[in-house]
Write a protein that binds this ligand. Structure first.
Ligand code: GUN
Length: 291
């Protein structure tokens, strides 16, 4: 069993990006810039955005965070998006989700210029990715593909089960793994809350991507010997002994599943660090495309 070290790979990718940015700036070019819009005071969102700012600094990017109160109107948010769309110094930006319930997330996503949509959430990018055209790909599935590539995990012809049908992870993951290429060429089954026989489907899988947000959902009796298990879950569960008051729990019961696997990602330190790195890669791509 080999643990897939997302933290290590993420550090390698960031160093590669940094080297490229240093070359660009040494040649007199401006540094890439990522902006983030943060609405309200959700703790997890603040942590994620802080992580993105830190990664920007490590990659030599400029970054800015536009913080708004949770009472911000939808119109004011759309106006802020229009300003970032028009700002030539901003290569890409994200609107951190979730948004307060009075704001339509879909309207907001569709207001972002697809050329600056480094989260890959705009329907234009989702559509382009789905038919295999160049696109900004949602950061978590892109990070998982990068891990499979860097660990040279064979995917062609493999049976893959994706657990969870979210727009951000499950569906793009299904598309990417079924596409022609390496990584890719998998036979993919997408499972969701109405699926039947999930255990049997998982037991037949060579690769399982667990992205349903249910702590410790995937247990040893659902995994065949030698499977590759990718855990996307990051549910915060109360832990009074921890400094933060919580611990991150994956969707996999790691202790009992890991011994059966050929490869497995831990939580934390697996998929999470790769998600932020994918956002950095998308930002550098936007800088090159739009520059
Ligand atoms: N909320 C949870 N994950 C994400 C993400 O990848 N991007 C944005 N914008 N919001 C999120």
């Amino acid at each position: 069993m080999q643990i897939i070290d997302g933290k290590k790979v993420a550090a390698e990718v960031k160093a590669e990006i940094r080297a490229e940015v240093d070359r660009l700036t040494a040649a007199g070019q401006r540094a890439p810039q990522l902006a983030a819009i943060l609405v309200g005071d959700d703790g997890a969102s603040q942590t994620y955005v802080a992580g993105k700012e830190k990664a920007c600094a490590e990659c030599g990017f400029r970054s800015q965070v536009l913080r708004f109160a949770g009472t911000l109107t939808e119109a004011a948010l759309l106006a802020a998006i229009a300003r970032l769309n028009a700002d030539d110094e901003v290569d890409g930006f994200i609107v951190q989700l979730p948004l307060p319930p009075h704001i339509s997330e879909q309207k907001v996503i569709e207001a972002i210029d697809p050329a600056k949509d480094v989260d890959g959430f705009h329907p234009v990018n989702v559509g382009r990715m789905t038919i295999g055209l160049p696109a900004y790909v949602s950061a978590t599935p892109a990070g998982i593909v990068e891990l499979l590539r860097r660990y040279r995990i064979p995917t062609a012809g493999k049976r893959c089960v994706v657990l969870g049908r979210s727009n951000i992870v499950g569906r793009p993951m299904m598309n990417l793994l079924s596409q022609k290429g390496d990584p890719g060429d998998c036979t993919v089954t997408l499972c969701h809350s109405r699926s039947r026989n999930i255990k049997e489907l998982c037991l037949a899988a060579d690769i399982i991507v667990a992205a349903l947000g249910k702590p410790e959902f995937l247990t040893a009796d659902m995994v065949k010997e030698g499977a590759v298990v990718i855990d996307v879950g990051i549910t915060r569960t109360p832990a009074p002994e921890a400094k933060s008051g919580f611990r991150l729990k994956g969707d996999v019961r790691y202790d009992e599943v890991a011994p059966k696997c050929s490869y497995i990602t831990p939580v934390p330190g697996g998929v999470g660090p790769m998600t932020i790195v994918s956002l950095m890669k998308n930002t550098l791509k936007a800088y090159k495309n739009n520059g």
